[in-house]
Design a protein around this ligand. Sequence first.
Ligand SMILES: Cc1cc2nc3c(=O)[nH]c(=O)nc-3n(C[C@H](O)[C@H](O)[C@H](O)COP(=O)(O)O)c2cc1C
Length: 445
Amino acid sequence: MFQAITVMGAWKLPENTSVDFLDLDYWVGMAQRLEAAGVDFLFFADDYGYPVVDDEVPANALRGAIQFPKGDPMTVLPAVAAMTEKLGLVATLSTTVEKPPMVARKMATLDHLTRGRIGWNIVTGAGQNASARLFGVPMKEHDLRYEIAADHVDLSLKLWEGSWDDDGLVLDRANGVFADPARVREITHDGPHFTAKGVLTVPPGPQRTPVLFQAGTSAPGRDLAARYAEAVFLAAEVPAMKEQIADIRRRAADYGRDPRSIKCLIAGTFYVGETEEEARAIRARQVATFSLDDAAAMYAFYTGLDLSSMDPDKPLDPSAALTQTGRTNVERYLGPDAPTVREILEEFQRNSVMGKPYIGDASQVADQAEAVIAETDADGFLVQPDHTGGFDRFVDLVMPELRARGLVAGDLPAMTLRERLLGEGNARLAPEHIGAGYRSAGALA
Ligand SMILES: Cc1cc2nc3c(=O)[nH]c(=O)nc-3n(C[C@H](O)[C@H](O)[C@H](O)COP(=O)(O)O)c2cc1C
């Protein structure tokens, strides 16, 4: 299930509860409800960006809450972890903004606090132009950000996998030995972008390394996923996702990994009602709250491009592909059947980045979802909140249908997130994962 610490869905509608996004009870209540329904994990998206056009924040981005406001998921996670037992918890930290030892320490701590239910969504980061301005640094080029990301993840993996042996934490009060210096060591990293010599100060948790998710499907994004990710978030039209998934699996095999070990998860919005008519009415209600100006601000956030200043009757100029902000939402609108700028805006008004929604009663949306899984070779869904900002209708109507079809598990005991996704006995990174190669040799003393 997909959330961010912000308003979600159609916040202007009275039934939308996500305006409570700065209230912990809101998050704890949602998490407990998802856990009771048997959902695998709750994902908190994050970035430091917001729309910026011509070096200004468009007024309608603030007025309309377009990729704004945003709170920090890291501050919400421990409360949610304390009040749940089984639900996986996944959060984004950007490799462009955060430094590797910071990511490694936060995630290692959260692995303990969640009792092995934490995942890291690796991104180079949406809203790059705004975030670079905010941090007072030049925006790094798109492909360079991905080179930095690979180096970042390598260093973090060394810290998680290489610093401690499993029995490094001794906690022998009688002999005064907290950690065994022979079984804890400094790692060294001399990469193209990060250099480090040091030890992770957090002993290993149940998973050691958080489950590694990745989002961002430009070509270097797919390569990053193939190299490191255990699960990938995708959102696009079905034929594009089919190609992206095939490409990620192909690249994974080239890296010596089992292509099926990467769980490809489609981000999808489900408008579900007791009847198809009700579902269509809900969808229409949501779409009516979002204007074409809102859509332009949203598009600018993802790409840095201002569609409202372009000729509405022409497709994007091919030079748009050179944008240094995000490319996924430029590349999907180029090519032989490229839509016009007006059509892109209309598509963003209806569906934003998410591709075609699933609309109908529970049985209809389950049929649609099954068909998309079969067509794309994906492994599952990352469900977007509906107009209410939450998941109540999905949980109440669709989960029982999916369970009846054997597509989601029944009541499961508490386990690590990695086991939940990859099966029993898989609490740690797979032996063929690049991170497993960083399991250590040599001691601190
Ligand atoms: C379901 C989904 C969730 C995402 N979550 C985030 C996120 O939390 N933070 C973020 O910066 N980017 C997120 N992204 C990726 C961005 O949309 C963007 O594509 C990426 O950060 C830039 O990389 P690109 O140039 O490869 O598109 C998400 C993408 C998808 C499909």
